[in-house]
Design a protein around this ligand. Structure first.
Ligand SMILES: *[C@@H]1O[C@H](CO)[C@@H](O)[C@H](O)[C@H]1NC(C)=O
Ligand SMILES: *[C@@H]1O[C@H](CO)[C@@H](O)[C@H](O)[C@H]1NC(C)=O
Ligand SMILES: *[C@@H]1O[C@H](CO)[C@@H](O)[C@H](O)[C@H]1NC(C)=O
Ligand SMILES: *[C@@H]1O[C@H](CO)[C@@H](O)[C@H](O)[C@H]1NC(C)=O
Ligand SMILES: *[C@@H]1O[C@H](CO)[C@@H](O)[C@H](O)[C@H]1NC(C)=O
Length: 232
């Protein structure tokens, strides 16, 4: 009986992987990524595509580890604006260069901001570190990247903190639930504390909930990182 269950699970995984992404890691102007096609990073580590949550029938655009049997999403483009339409596309808007989720008639969600200048040589690539990057092909200039808009997962290469010059912040935000991907109550922030020290802060609806304590001499006041590393 147990063998049968395991066998069934393996088959289910095989079925999922036997419809592989078509091996393309980029979209350029004029391409449309529909509900049934996916982007695959060049070495296949990450997949980007639409997924629908059965409990709500809401559809989102997300990124996951290709070989994660549980298909946990490490990034979601539209957590607070789920898609209800059944025929939507990811594409680059020829008018303003934005990455958008759209139907034939209307833009459902703007993923990125307006792009100054021509949109003809824009290209969006799912990279092997899980970053989805909109660039100018000619100048290699990054215009927008998913690593600048983290959801609830920190991947290697992503950063937390803030840019004091631009005021931009990078933090993680919890999900409301596994079914409703909208922001939950908690955020994880990397915050300065005075001139020379920084600390992790977990905030609950903006109020301090937990802190690592200051980082001093490569150690946190209230968190023993060596123990965490040794515990693995
Ligand atoms: C989705 O896109 C793929 C690849 O471009 C194409 O082969 C397929 O027919 C499309 N499916 C629908 C329903 O449009
Ligand atoms: C997307 O951005 C355009 C402007 O570039 C705006 O007109 C439109 O209302 C936006 N759509 C959504 C769904 O936010
Ligand atoms: C894919 O590329 C990433 C980033 O360069 C690397 O960390 C990873 O080991 C590679 N994976 C495979 C299966 O080659
Ligand atoms: C483009 O920029 C990326 C980093 O953003 C770099 O890894 C890559 O080598 C560059 N490519 C070219 C052709 O300059
Ligand atoms: C987290 O970052 C977002 C923008 O990315 C910002 O609106 C929000 O205020 C930040 N939250 C905290 C607690 O810093």
């Amino acid at each position: 009986m147990i063998t049968l269950v395991i066998f069934t699970i393996l088959c289910a995984n095989l079925i999922i992987y036997s419809f592989p992404a078509n091996g393309v890691s980029t979209i350029k102007l004029g391409d449309q990524l529909n509900f049934t096609s996916q982007l695959l990073s060049p070495n296949s580590t990450f997949t980007l595509g639409f997924f629908t949550i059965p409990a709500t029938s809401y559809t989102y655009l997300g990124i996951w580890y290709t070989n994660d049997g549980q298909l946990r999403r490490v990034w979601v483009a539209n957590p607070s604006v789920p898609i209800i339409s059944s025929s939507s596309f990811l594409m680059i808007n020829p008018d303003n260069g934005k990455l958008i989720i759209t139907t034939q008639e209307t833009t459902l969600f703007n993923i990125s901001d307006n792009v100054a200048g021509s949109s003809t040589n824009l290209i969006a690539t799912l990279e092997d570190n899980g970053n989805f990057v909109l660039k100018r092909k000619t100048s290699n200039q990054t215009i927008w990247q998913s690593f600048d808009h983290p959801t609830n997962v920190l991947l290697p290469g992503m950063k937390l903190g803030s840019d004091l010059e631009t005021g931009k912040t990078w933090n993680l935000t919890s999900r409301l639930s596994d079914e409703i991907l909208d922001s939950g109550a908690f955020s994880l922030n990397w915050e300065p504390n005075g001139e020379n020290s920084q600390r992790f802060m977990v905030r609950r609806r903006g109020q301090l909930y937990w802190t690592s304590g200051n980082l001093q001499n490569q150690a946190f006041e209230f968190m023993n990182v060596n123990n965490l590393i040794n515990a693995r």
